[in-house]
Write a protein that binds this ligand. Sequence first.
Ligand code: DGL
Length: 260
Amino acid sequence: MEEREKPIGVFDSGLGGISVLRELVKIMPNEDYIYFGDSKNAPYGTKTSEEVWELTSHTFRYLLKRGVKAVVIACNTATSAAVRRLRQEYPEIPIVGIEPALKPAVLYRENSRVVVMATPMTLRREKFRLLMAKYEDRADIRPLPCPGLMEFIEKGILTGPELDGYLTDLFLPLRSEPIDSVVLGCTHYPFIREEILKVLGGGTVLFDGGEGTARELRRRVLLRGLGSERTSEGRVAFENSLPGEEMKRRAIRLFTGTYM
Ligand code: DGL
């Protein structure tokens, strides 16, 4: 098969990266995609960096064996643990990761209060601390670790009292002052945007990095002359490290928006 007609690999610790996949398909509908969710080993966000590196590089090599021409690490946690090293080890493959969309959130309004929701690991890593240091003097930035939140989305719970209760408790310590914006620094969270907005009330704006990541991948793929020349719609294949069909079914429901 010609190099440029090969699929693009997209992966995450579970189903969250489908929020990025949706953006990819929007701007590059003629490409083929293999989406791999590592739900068996999820969550990544409460593991050590070394464990996440091992899992991420394992899935990366699997995708290469499946013949992908480029890889999107559609997981903030895996990106922070592995993207730099993978780029060094595989310079011939376009690799794009995702990081919390802090810049647009800070630029949105001067001297605003910005909450960054992400996994404990993403917020602990130097990559995030450096990102935060860049904008610290322009906004009041509050990192908010969310252990246990991705599990709701993995289970297909995108709404309801249990999730509302979790979010209400999560934001409680920050509610004394208004929150101007919230960065969704984990790819699972865009699937519960409405619930987050409901708990926060009006006036808060949400930011996520899915669209920017998709644009960056397109840029890198085109730069290397790897864009598909097909004019018809591409295919999306869903794979998951958990056996059985259930995770695949959930993946398709998230992808097509049929949970809501
Ligand atoms: N979706 C992953 C991210 O963007 C995190 C979920 C997990 O903890 O595995 O960070």
